[in-house]
Design a protein around this ligand. Structure first.
Ligand code: CMC
Length: 392
């Protein structure tokens, strides 16, 4: 009974009230707690944005120092969890490892799984934000057969992550500040994006009262898909498949062909029907990194630049308002930094953890919260009588 609307893919259904993030897709505007993303990306840094998303206001210097201390104190992953990593096949995709390991945090840290206890909720939030870079870096190290590198808490969040990914024993490793800044920007630009598929997944999972680690693992699983967080990996693989600039028209033609499922990965967005404001900042960052690393002659990059130009000049993409999205440029930066494509989506997961956690916190503190329970439009058989197997 009851009246309900049929809205596949939730293109016009609001699922909650939120004070965290505002998007005006038509204008290409993205605000966190009212602050424009481009200002945050230029002037702030990831941990400050984490504080803003979690607690609603920019921190004072003392609040920021305290927050950074709390996050830093939790970057270690319990030594026993190393055994859990070692149980995976050595060539596992790091996202597969992350879904498993983050889900298993509720077994390793069950003293912060009671969602009705505000103190436990706070500890879970800090643990997730603090440990996610360690977990992603360890997943990476494990799948390339190198020893895991422990976090170093005198480093900032991004530098520490880069070091855990790229340092090897018996060799010095200095994090380049320009790369650390670019990494921090990637984290900042992906920190939250209101009710996207993975965030909605986290909210739906937590609406049943499931513990935060289980809910975030559900978000990571959803993020993995190529239409969402997997797009950065898929985009770079596409650029490599195109290979040379002369083959671009062929791929553009395929993307426009209704009978061909191929899409230009890294183009288009459900909400932005104008340039993605994150893509603008990311494009600048990509130029900086490429200048530093001197890979202007990287063929993948030439294809990226030329594809961007040709797609933007093509009336099909203009009419459908398909612009390069944030994943188009982040993939290029991560490739230049030396990350394999399999690490692109785990890095997105590290960044988005704070968004998931903030949305989860907001949701469970809301006294009007109900379990998520979509309805359906049933199109199956009408009622019929059971037929015995010998009569079928
Ligand atoms: N290449 C070619 N055609 C496209 C593309 C594309 N990348 N994206 C959309 N279209 C066409 C689509 O065929 C459809 O045409 P028509 O109206 O003639 O049927 C029209 O544009 C609208 O597409 P839609 O699939 O109805 O739009 P959506 O809002 O459901 O999809 C999207 C949004 C992001 C899933 C889609 O644009 C896409 O698949 N893009 C490629 C994957 C990608 O880059 N994803 C990352 C998104 S940003 C970060 C994130 O969310 O994680």
């Amino acid at each position: 009974g009851g009246v309900f609307t049929h809205d596949p893919g939730f293109t016009s259904t609001s699922s909650c009230e939120s004070t965290i993030t505002f998007i005006d897709g038509g204008k290409g505007e993205l605000l966190h707690r009212g602050y424009p993303i481009d200002q945050l990306a230029e002037k702030s840094h990831f941990l400050e944005v984490c504080y803003l998303l979690l607690y609603g206001e920019l921190p004072t210097a003392a609040q920021l120092e305290d927050f950074e201390f709390r996050v830093t104190r939790h970057t270690m992953v319990h030594e026993q969890m190393g055994n859990f990593f070692r149980g995976f096949r050595r060539d596992a995709h790091p996202m597969a490892v992350m879904v498993g390991v983050v889900g298993a945090m509720s077994a390793f840290y069950h003293d912060s799984t009671d969602v009705n206890d505000p103190w436990q909720r706070e500890v879970a939030a800090i643990r997730l934000i603090a440990k996610m870079p360690t977990i992603a870096a360890w997943a990476f190290k494990y799948t390339i057969g190198q020893p895991m590198v422990y976090p170093r808490n005198d480093l900032d969040y991004a530098s520490n992550f880069l070091r855990m990914c790229f340092a090897v024993p018996a060799e010095d490793y200095e994090v380049d500040p320009i790369l650390a800044r670019a990494m921090d920007r990637i984290f900042t630009l992906h920190a939250d994006h209101e009710q996207n598929a993975s965030t909605s997944t986290v909210r739906l999972a937590s609406s049943s009262g499931a513990n935060p680690f289980a809910c975030i693992a559900a978000g990571i699983a959803c993020l993995w898909g190529p239409a969402h967080g997997g797009a950065n990996q898929a985009c770079l693989e596409m650029l490599r498949e195109i290979g040379t600039v002369d083959r671009i028209p062929e791929f553009i033609a395929r993307a426009k062909d209704k009978n061909d499922p191929f899409r230009l990965m890294g183009f288009g967005h459900r909400v932005y029907k104008n340039f993605d404001p994150r893509a603008k900042v990311m494009k600048k960052s990509a130029d900086e990194v490429l200048e530093l690393l001197g890979v202007e002659n990287n063929p993948t990059l030439q294809v990226a630049k030329e594809l961007e130009a040709q797609a933007l000049a093509d009336p099909y993409f203009a009419e459908k308002k398909l612009f390069p999205n944030v994943d188009f440029y982040s993939g290029i930066i991560l490739e230049a930094m030396g990350f394999p494509t399999s690490m692109f989506t785990p890095i997105f997961a590290v960044s988005r953890t704070v968004g998931w956690v903030s949305q989860w916190k907001e949701m469970i503190s809301d006294p009007t919260m109900k379990i998520g329970r979509p309805r359906q439009l049933y199109t199956g058989s009408t009622a019929r009588d059971y037929v015995d197997v010998e009569d079928r």
